[in-house]
Design a protein around this ligand. Sequence first.
Ligand SMILES: *Cc1c(COP(=O)(O)O)cnc(C)c1O
Length: 381
Amino acid sequence: MEFDTLCIHGNDNKYDTTGAVSVPIFQSATFVHPGVGQSTGYDYSRVQNPTREHLENTIAKLENGSDAMAFSTGMAAVTALMELFCAGDHIIASDDLYGGSHRLFHRISIKNGLSFDLVDTSDISNIVSRIKPETKAVFVETPTNPMMQVTDLAAVSALCKKHSLLLIVDNTFLTPYFQKPLELGADIVVHSGTKYLGGHNDTLAGFLVVSRSELSERLRFIYKTTGACLSPFDSWLMIRGIKTLAVRMERQQQNALEIARWLCSHKRIRAVHYVGLPSHPHYEVSRRQTTGFGAMISFETDCRETALGILGHVRVIQYAESLGGVESLITYPMLQTHADIPKEEREAKGINERLLRLSVGLESSADLIDDLKQALEVNQT
Ligand SMILES: *Cc1c(COP(=O)(O)O)cnc(C)c1O
């Protein structure tokens, strides 16, 4: 089956006997045992729930993984993932990391005895030079948030295999529609389902997808023990969102490309970071390992006032955190997602007071461009 069809018919609606086209929401915390020592396959919803199971099987198929676990948020997924590691273990991660993951690693995981080296993983030599006997994993975001740096996943995967390291990839920005890290050799994929998978800015969710059963066993144990599972209703909202994933990704990407090109031509825009522009330094690697570039753009304005002017005057685009939904959202990474990252580190990455991040939605690209245009003009006086 092609990806578009898998999004809609990836799994049988095996739980239903009425012919319902939509998977039922099994809003039940617990399940009756048919007899002593017997089970219907469901005992307690923290361990498994039919609606959530349907969602998990769909995600596993889309990512071509052996199993997927659905969490209440993306951060709950990353937190559970960190339980794979023990005090003393060392992890190498992308330096341009999602702010929440950065905060988890440096404020909580460190306290539990893990240590981290954050490097620019788009240059593999940076990873090589940090590997030590205690290193257990490489955690990569590609493209990164918000600087859109791309890591060569097949190359990093080969390196990880050589050193017996787990390769973990946060695939939130591209989704399996554009990028399948497990097929490129990754061991675990992380998602914030809150973003493109859900796609409507109405539900929080997270996923871990694994390449093999040994990892599934270890993570399923952590999952049922730590308990941050996705509710039946939110699982259903995710199932519904995923049905339109393919068309949304296509159209959002098309909008993004048009907006990125327009931004490049504007005199008050200094730099446009969009992986789909041939001028992007990682355009070629992206073309090799993905089937698309996504719909996230970061751009640098000429000065702080211009950036603030855009945030204050956009009308169609909304100034709000998050990304990936049908509504276009603009954020100020310095004050929002990356507020917890030390200033010098932030500035060194280019996350300064002139940088804005745009998640391009499903509105008409002409309306979005007009909106940016008027917001840039208001501030000209
Ligand atoms: C939003 C996000 C997360 C965290 O997910 P939540 O659902 O907000 O907890 C992790 N990684 C990336 C790349 C994200 O954009």
